[in-house]
Design a protein around this ligand. Structure first.
Ligand SMILES: Nc1ncnc2c1ncn2[C@@H]1O[C@H](COP(=O)(O)OP(=O)(O)OP(=O)(O)O)[C@@H](O)[C@H]1O
Length: 374
């Protein structure tokens, strides 16, 4: 018999408080080995969802499964899933070491794990200090150390970046990347896309308790990749030449410029030269994913009439209320200014796309050699 499907799976999850829906028919999956960013503005139902997943809130309807079973059915939950829901859990008069040792005893894991986990999260030097003296960032690290005591396969973190300075954020990012590389699965919530964008390979975006997007981070980036705005003597002719060369995402804008996605300015210029189309200037337009996220979750998204006008919806879009075509948020609209053909443009230099790099790992992995063993 095959075992339960691995990963986290949320199916039709619903929680209503006195007729007020906190989470409505929410379904998403967290693939094993992924870092999945769980995003949504304040009050969008993230914490309620995570609490249902961890068996702390009873769903009104639906299922939240870890390794195919509800949390309550896990044999040794602390060794399957570690959670950080809030960083305030430690007794202020307890030292960090005592705090963890109490948990070790409760979870029946060796007391030596307490010291090992403090070292792992960078709190080794303050192990005997009272947690009441800890900053919020230190408490976040302590909460993470607590979650890791049972060497879980899953980590569920609710806004772990709260209270972390940029250095703490960078540390957390590297830590979670390392955890995932060693086979762990992470579900991490945030209301700021930028906080998780560099580490999450999957994104689940909620608004008002409902799903608005799920998919890979790469797909979202590709859906909103940079485009080149070309001012030229014959945009229609250039668009036809681009299409013949396999570059089909080119649209004439209201201002007369041709907006091209999926080709670099040099390639566009070469095709224009072949077709005897004069290029007056090009401009690379980058998209800030944070703006896309804000537009998705604020409900303004459907009201925009931006780029591109046609084409498939971005991968992962699930909300039928959203416009069926992929669109840029209002911040990326161009003014309705006309660019007459005779107008001269300054040639804008090509700026390479500045998406954050993938997943550098310049640090010691917490698991495997040098770290703790699964
Ligand atoms: N115990 C509760 N009783 C009544 N309403 C609740 C309760 N818990 C949450 N809610 C409501 O459910 C909605 C979702 O809240 P939730 O805390 O899950 O959102 P969130 O996305 O985690 O937001 P935040 O990041 O601000 O914590 C909110 O409107 C909130 O007021």
């Amino acid at each position: 018999m095959s075992g339960p499907p691995p990963g986290i799976s949320v199916q039709g999850l619903t929680k209503t408080y006195k007729n007020i829906p906190a989470v409505s028919n929410l379904s998403f999956a967290v693939p094993p080995g992924s870092i999945t960013g769980f995003l949504g503005p304040n009050g969008s139902g993230k914490t309620t969802t995570l609490r249902m997943l961890l068996g702390l809130v009873r769903p009104t309807a639906g299922l939240a499964l870890i390794d195919g079973v509800p949390h309550a059915s896990l044999q040794q939950p602390g060794q399957v899933v570690g959670a950080v829901l809030d960083a305030q859990g430690a007794h202020p008069k307890h030292t960090a070491l005592t705090h963890l040792e109490v948990y070790c005893a409760a979870m029946r894991v060796p007391l030596t794990q307490a010291r090992a986990m403090l070292d792992l999260v960078g709190l080794g030097s303050v192990a005997t200090r009272r947690t009441g003296e800890f900053s919020l960032g230190m408490r976040q690290r302590l909460a993470l150390a607590t979650a890791l005591l049972g060497q879980p396969r899953y980590l569920v973190l609710d806004e772990p970046a709260n209270g972390l300075d940029p250095e703490g954020m960078a540390w957390l990012r590297e830590f979670l990347l390392s955890y995932a590389r060693s086979g762990g699965t992470v579900l991490v919530s945030s209301h700021i896309l930028r906080e998780v964008e560099q580490m999450a390979d999957h994104l689940v975006i909620v608004s008002n308790g409902t799903l608005v997007h799920q998919g890979t981070t790469a797909d979202l980036r590709n859906a909103y990749r940079a485009r080149v705005l070309v001012a030229c003597s014959d945009p229609a002719r250039l668009a036809a030449a681009l299409a013949a060369a396999g570059i089909t995402d080119a649209q004439i804008q209201g201002d007369g410029r041709l907006a091209v996605a999926g080709a670099e300015p040099e390639r566009i210029a070469a095709l224009a030269t072949e077709q005897k189309v004069t290029v007056f200037g090009t401009h690379i337009e980058h998209v800030d994913l944070e703006q896309v996220f804000l537009s998705m979750t604020s409900g303004r998204y459907a009201a925009t009439t931006g780029y591109p006008q046609q084409g498939p919806p971005p991968p992962g879009f699930v909300q039928p209320g959203y416009a069926p075509q992929q669109q840029y948020p209002p911040q990326h609209q161009h003014p309705p200014q006309q660019y007459p053909q005779s107008q001269q443009y300054q040639q804008a230099g090509y700026a390479p796309q500045q998406y954050p790099p993938g997943a550098p790992a310049p640090h010691q992995p917490p698991f495997g050699p040098g770290g703790f063993q699964r």
